[in-house]
Write a protein that binds this ligand. Sequence first.
Ligand SMILES: *Cc1c(COP(=O)(O)O)cnc(C)c1O
Length: 377
Amino acid sequence: MRPDPHWLSPEHHLWREQPDHPVMYFSPVVLQQTAQRFLDGFPGLVTYAVKANPDEAVLVNLVAAGITAFDVASPAEMAAVGAVCPEAVLHYNNPVRSTAEVAEAVRYDIASASVDCLSELDKLAPLGTDIEVTVRLALPIKGAAYDFGAKFGVDPEGATALLKEVAARGYRASLCFHPGTQCDDPTAWAAYIREAADVATMAGVRIERLNVGGGFASHRAGGAPDLERIFEGIRDAVAGSFGADAPELICEPGRALASEAFTLATRVKAVRDCGAVFLNDGLYGGLFEFRDIFAVDRLRVINSAGEPRTGTSRPRTVFGPTCDSLDQLPEPVALPDTLKEGDYVLFSGMGAYSMSLSTAFNGYGLSRPVTVASLSG
Ligand SMILES: *Cc1c(COP(=O)(O)O)cnc(C)c1O
C-alpha cells in the first residue's frame, strides 16, 4: 500500500484538516522497515502476532515486506489474515479453544497449534495429525512488563509428559513459550531455551522447532530497545543448549513489529485553571495500555497552526474524554506551559495494542488510520 500522497506527516494533516477526533497516523515505510529488521536479524521464521494490530493495512504491508506466517488466536483473526493473503501460513497459538472454534479452524489450513494440557490436545483432533503441535512451557521468569505464565503454559514436568504424548499421537512435536510482553532482557529467552532443551531431553523427543514467542520490547521511554542484542542472545542460547542438533526457530512478535509504525494525535479539549488537561482520547481509547505500561516521554505538542509548542513544561494531570473518572492517565505528564485548548498532543510508537483495544465507550475512540509519508513533523 503506497502512502496517501496528500499527507506528508501528521502535522500536515492536522494543520489542514483540524480533526476534532483522535487520529492514528500510519507509516507503511516504517512498518516494512521494522519487518525487515526482524527478517534480517532473527535466526528463524518470523511470524506476526495479529492481536497487536489486526488492521488490514498492517497485514497487507507485512505481507508486502515478506512476512508469510501469522500467529492467530481466533477464527476472526484467521479470517482477517486469509482476506489479505489466502496462502499465509497460520499458527493457531491460543492454547485454550472451544470445540466450536476448532471446528471453524478446520476451514483454514492450520500449520501449527500450541497446547498446554492434555484436554486441549484432545480438542485438536478435528485438525488431523498432519500439523505441528507445540507444547507451551511456562517458567516463573521476570524481565517483562507483565508475564503471561500465570495464565498459559505448563511447568517443565508437565511439558515433558505432554511432549511425549504429542509425539506418540503422530504430530510433528515442538515446543513454544512466551517470555511476556515488553521484555528487553535476553536472559529471559535464554532461561526458557535452556529449559526447553531439558524438556526435550527428558521426553526423549527431538523437537522439530522451538517457538520463542513474542514479547520483544518496543520503544516506550528512554533509548530504543536493542532487538539485535536479543536476537544474538537467542542464537547463543540455542547453540549452547542444543548444540549441533538445534531445532529451527520461530518468533511471533506483535508489539515490536507494529508499534513504531503509528503515531497517535489527540486534541486538547480543555485546560483547567489548576493546569489539568482533558484530551479527546484516553484509557478507553488509544491510550488503553497506559494503565499497565506507562510511558510518555515520546510525545510532542503542536498548536492548531501546526507549529511546535516549545518552552518550559510542567507535570499536569491528564484526563480522557469519557464520563468515567477512571479515564485518567496514571501519572502526571509534562506538557508545555503555553498549552491551549485546540492544541494537539502526539504520542509516538502507538501501533501495538491501541487500535485493537480502543473502545467506542461514550461515543469516543479511534477511527480508520490516516496514512502518511513520514511520521516525523
Ligand atoms: C500476545 C502474544 C504474542 C505477541 O506478544 P508481543 O508482546 O506483542 O510481542 C505472541 N505470541 C503469543 C502466543 C501471544 O499470546
